[in-house]
Design a protein around this ligand. Structure first.
Ligand code: TYD
Length: 224
């Protein structure tokens, strides 16, 4: 199996169930002898984790939200993601730039053009080729109807500033993800998250095996 670094992000509206599967994938990669870096956005470095607390809790306008998300992302890329990829590690990142397009762009209604400018500014000048835009090799998109996600979240812990948004906000966020996926179909793997856990895991395993990154599941193997 190749030792080239792999950068994989995980996306979806709140309640889509991505977090529980990320650790299963980390275990699967580790079992293949790969070194895994598990990280998240907003966050992933001490500085970016401080920005996360502000983003999730303090009221601010959409541009400020976008700037904080991208400021944290720059630090995360420079301090954690790029060094890990240079070592040949597998980086599993719970949310990345698609979340800014979906939440601040589609959700809050902030213009997509300045977001695209920020994306270019923040994500270039970090890879060995200074002109390369550093973006995930694969983005796993947990697609779930907003109504189902809302039902799941109703039983969850105290909501943060985003989780507390109305259904209409998540409809826009879901559309934002669909638009990002349509614009870069080769980077996205869509997972139908409206199934029980084992079936969602099976789709993930197929997506990773199909790329030669993990072995195919034996016929009798259950979920992780
Ligand atoms: P989430 O990743 O769902 O973490 P947890 O499982 O701890 O709730 O929460 C992060 C929230 O931040 C989520 O509601 C989406 C939002 N977000 C943005 O609005 N913009 C961004 O750029 C990112 C990365 C996240």
């Amino acid at each position: 199996m190749s030792r080239t670094g792999l950068f994989i992000s995980f996306e979806g509206i709140d309640g889509a169930g991505k977090s529980s599967h990320i650790s299963g994938l980390a275990a699967a990669f580790t079992a293949q002898g790969r070194r895994v870096v598990l990280t998240r956005e907003p966050g992933g470095t001490p500085l970016a984790e401080k920005l996360r607390v502000l983003l999730l809790n303090d009221a601010m306008d959409p541009l400020t939200e976008a700037l904080l998300a991208f400021a944290g992302r720059r630090d995360h890329l420079v301090q954690v993601i790029e060094p890990a990829l240079a070592r040949g590690d597998v980086v599993l990142c719970d949310r990345f730039t698609d979340a800014t397009f979906a939440y601040q762009g589609a959700g809050r209604g902030f213009d997509l053009a300045p977001l695209a400018q920020l994306e270019r500014l923040v994500q270039t000048g970090v890879a060995p080729d200074p002109l390369q835009l550093r973006e995930p090799d694969l983005t796993v998109w947990f697609d779930l109807p907003p109504e189902v996600a809302a039902e799941r979240l109703a039983h969850a812990r105290v909501p943060d500033r985003f989780e507390a948004q109305p259904l209409e906000f998540f409809r826009r966020v879901a559309q934002g993800y669909a638009d990002r996926a349509a614009a870069a179909p080769q980077r996205f793997a869509r997972i139908d998250a409206n199934h029980e856990r084992a079936l969602v895991w099976g789709q993930l395993q197929a997506a990773f095996a199909g790329r030669g990154w993990l072995p195919a599941a034996p016929a009798d193997q259950d979920s992780a």
